[in-house]
Design a protein. Structure first.
Length: 119
């Protein structure tokens, strides 16, 4: 075995080690980046939001589906989002882009309350 082939083998191992390190580092740094946005459904029925509290990730979509015989709204207390009227048998969707806690109500029925937590 010549000194050249020994050097080439060492260089190949070094390159392979560097590539492995890059792949591992990329996987560790991009662990959250690979999370795909999800869709969540909240049922409006019996004068309630079900579930009343939901935790989602930023980028997720939430769909409120009205199963009651009369209209409702999904209105954030800080006015960050407002569905306006959601008729019976209709739905409304919202993409959560800002992290935080967002209490909401139905403006037609203020005793109906929910909370959206965006992480």
């Amino acid at each position: 075995m010549s000194a050249f082939s020994n050097c080439a083998g060492w260089r190949g191992q070094r390159i392979a080690s560097a590539l492995l390190l890059c792949v591992c580092a990329g996987a560790a740094l991009g662990a959250d980046a690979g999370v795909q946005p999800a869709s969540h459904v909240i049922i409006i029925e019996g004068m309630k939001y079900s579930p009343e509290v939901i935790e989602v990730n930023a980028g997720d979509t939430i769909v409120w589906s009205n199963k009651d015989a009369f209209p409702h709204t999904v209105t954030a207390e800080n006015h960050r989002f407002d569905s306006k009227e959601i008729g019976s048998g209709r739905s409304w969707k919202f993409k959560a882009t800002v992290r935080g806690v967002f209490p909401y109500i139905c403006t037609f029925h203020p005793t109906m309350k929910g909370r959206l937590v965006v992480k």
